[in-house]
Design a protein around this ligand. Structure first.
Ligand SMILES: C[S@@+](CC[C@H](N)C(=O)[O-])C[C@H]1O[C@@H](n2cnc3c(N)ncnc32)[C@H](O)[C@@H]1O
Length: 248
């Protein structure tokens, strides 16, 4: 077993049907349209989707004519992404890499970090390192879009227990606990599928809007703005997600 939950291939393999169910795939097209409108990005630009998972957004961006690079640490996700790209005749560069290490100086006009893909590392300095990698990989004037469950969103709708029925008839049982004075959210996920039971525990750092803005400005980003969704609504008491746009 790896030391850190996010380095565990088996965890990501078992979570795939939860993270990338039919509803999530269906949402990707609209999410891409909204985020492109939010940053007013014209087609043809070089875009980095990091981490890209199974390529929900990368595939859609390529369909729209962007030059897309999808980076993720989970090889099995990239295999599925590759399969879908080939099946649809889409050319996308897929790279297996850790977000703490992937950096390609001044290569991209747009970087997207979607679906709470930030705040995984035990050491907060690693989050800052990822932000610096994003900055360095952007061309001057390039934009970063991050979309996640912010700390305020979590507090506003906090549920200690939750369950979901999966597409394949399995179930996910979730237990949440605030740890370390809100520095972390500890999740216990029990997955019941096909007569098997898998249990995982992982702790995430859910950023407040102010903290994330400070972190990105500290990394060197300008014009850092928070929104309550990809439509660009304000990050106020009605917000259910945290979306941050930042410019190099
Ligand atoms: C919640 S998923 C989101 C994937 C994608 N952005 C989407 O919206 O479908 C989080 C992703 O982070 C990837 N991941 C976790 N730790 C990582 C790391 N250190 N470096 C790169 N990718 C990582 C996982 O493999 C997984 O695909």
């Amino acid at each position: 077993m790896p030391d850190a939950w996010h380095d565990d291939d088996e965890l990501w393999k078992h979570l795939a049907p939860v993270l990338f169910d039919r509803r999530r795939w269906e949402k990707a097209e609209t999410e891409v349209q909204l985020l492109l409108a939010l940053v007013d990005q014209s087609t043809g630009a070089a875009v980095l989707d990091l981490p890209c998972g199974q390529g929900r957004h990368a595939l859609e961006l390529a369909r729209l004519g962007f030059r897309v690079t999808g980076v993720d640490r989970t090889e099995s996700y990239l295999q599925e992404a590759r399969r879908r790209a080939d099946a649809n005749g889409l050319r996308i560069e897929w790279v297996t890499a850790d977000m703490r290490e992937f950096r390609r100086p001044e290569a991209f006009e747009l970087i997207i970090n979607m679906f709470t893909s930030f705040g995984y590392f035990q050491d907060a300095d690693d989050d800052r390192l990822v932000a610096e990698n994003f900055l360095r990989s952007l061309k001057p004037g390039g934009r970063l879009v991050m979309e996640m469950m912010g700390r305020e969103n979590l507090a506003a709708g906090f549920q200690a227990h939750d369950w979901h029925e999966l597409d394949d008839g399995g179930f996910l049982l979730e237990e949440r606990a605030i740890v370390d004075h809100w520095r972390g959210l500890r999740n216990r996920w029990i997955l019941l599928r096909g007569g098997e039971r898998h249990e995982y525990e992982f702790t995430l750092r859910h950023y407040s809007a102010g903290q994330l803005i400070d972190l990105l400005e500290g990394a060197g980003f300008d014009d850092v703005t928070a929104f309550g969704n990809l439509e660009g609504d304000p990050y106020d008491e009605h917000a259910r997600r945290l979306v941050v746009v930042a410019t190099r």
